[in-house]
Design a protein around this ligand. Structure first.
Ligand code: TXA
Ligand code: MG
Length: 319
């Protein structure tokens, strides 16, 4: 299969919508990461996502829709769901709610719930409008690899395996959406930390989120080893990094840190939001055969720090 390169203009939007309506796969930009989209109501198209990614078929994918349309995939759209959608959509929040019949088994991985979100990206919102229905889309990476924040990352992983990628530049946020589960007579539960800080959600809820991160089957995609480049990743504190650089760090070690560290192979990402924005791009530098190890020093604080630490734990987990 030849993977077409589409541009983030009207021609690109039209071409992407045509391919999706015909049951094809198109990688689309969102504010979080690039997603690999298929028509959410076409079972064969959704199944093709799993083949392209090499992802186990029992893992649910998120449906991307307009704020008006998302509730049609829900059997119960509670007041809390409406309130959170109203506050944060379009944006990096996925709501897991009881599924309606329109949410296919292929999308939900056989669960009785469905993940819904409205991405905050003008190009992808235009594609959603042109298709006229929801788009099922996991992150557009090979299974277990680092999520893509540019079209080049998508092509690195999926060139020749998908119909097209729509290139609208790098993603703003750089971390996947925050996932909150809303079930009848259950407190709102955080399933995945992400690009929207939990505190912001709690402020709107007026109560604390129950912590369901790392729960048994709640977010089956949250496998431990994930976000992993080819070279092994280790997370180090600022003082440990300083000590190791002073002791003489080999040239084949890549250092990712908030600021300049005085090592030739290093990336200075900045703090919190800037660190999140550049993290996946930097981790992918660990795919370079010349890199033997990646050392990451996280920022000291910030609203996105818990989500950053979650991703770093996974990318440094034993393979
Ligand atoms: O920012 C994002 O969320 C990106 C962009 C493309 O929208 N998408 C994304 O998709 O990260 P993916 O498939 O890589 O991760 C989705 C996560 C997985 O951990 C999956 O298990 C969980 O969402 N998920 C989806 N539906 C669920 C459900 N019904 N119940 C529990 N977890 C669900
Ligand atoms: Mg993913």
């Amino acid at each position: 299969m030849r993977t077409r390169r589409l541009t983030g203009d009207q021609d690109g939007v039209d071409a992407a919508a045509r391919i999706l309506k015909a049951g094809g796969l198109v990688a689309l930009p969102t504010e979080t990461v690039y997603g690999l989209a298929a028509d959410a109501e076409n079972a064969a198209a959704v199944a093709a996502i799993f083949t392209a990614k090499g992802r186990p078929a029992d893992q649910p994918v998120i449906i991307h829709a307009s704020p008006e349309q998302a509730p049609v995939y829900a059997r119960i759209w509670s007041e809390v769901a409406a309130k959170l959608a109203d506050a944060f959509w379009p944006g990096p929040l996925t709501l897991v709610v009881p599924r309606s019949e329109r949410a296919l088994t292929q999308v939900t991985g056989g669960l009785e719930t469905v993940g819904l979100r409205c991405p905050d990206h003008p190009v992808t919102r235009a594609v959603v409008r042109a298709v006229g229905g929801g788009l099922a889309a996991p992150s557009a990476n090979r299974y277990g690899h680092v999520s893509p924040t540019t079209a080049a990352h998508v092509l690195n992983d999926l060139d020749g395996r998908i119909d097209a990628v729509l290139d609208a530049g790098p993603c703003d946020v750089g971390l996947e959406s925050t996932i909150v589960e809303l079930l009848p007579s259950q407190p709102a539960t955080l399933l995945r930390r992400g690009g929207l800080a939990a505190e912001a959600i709690e402020k709107v809820l007026g109560s604390a989120l129950r912590d369901g991160v790392g729960g048994p089957v709640r977010a089956p995609g949250m496998v431990r080893s994930h976000y992993a480049p080819a070279a092994p990743v280790a997370v180090v504190s600022a003082s440990e990094l300083k000590r190791r650089i002073a002791a003489g760090l080999a040239h084949d070690v890549l250092v990712i840190a908030p600021g300049e560290v005085g090592h030739p192979r290093s990336v200075a990402l900045g703090d919190d939001a800037a660190f999140a924005h550049g993290l996946y791009q930097a981790l992918r530098m660990g795919d370079d055969p010349e890199v033997a190890q990646v050392l990451v020093c996280p920022p000291a604080s910030g609203p996105l720090l818990p989500a950053i630490l979650d991703r770093l734990n996974r990318s440094s987990a034993p393979r």
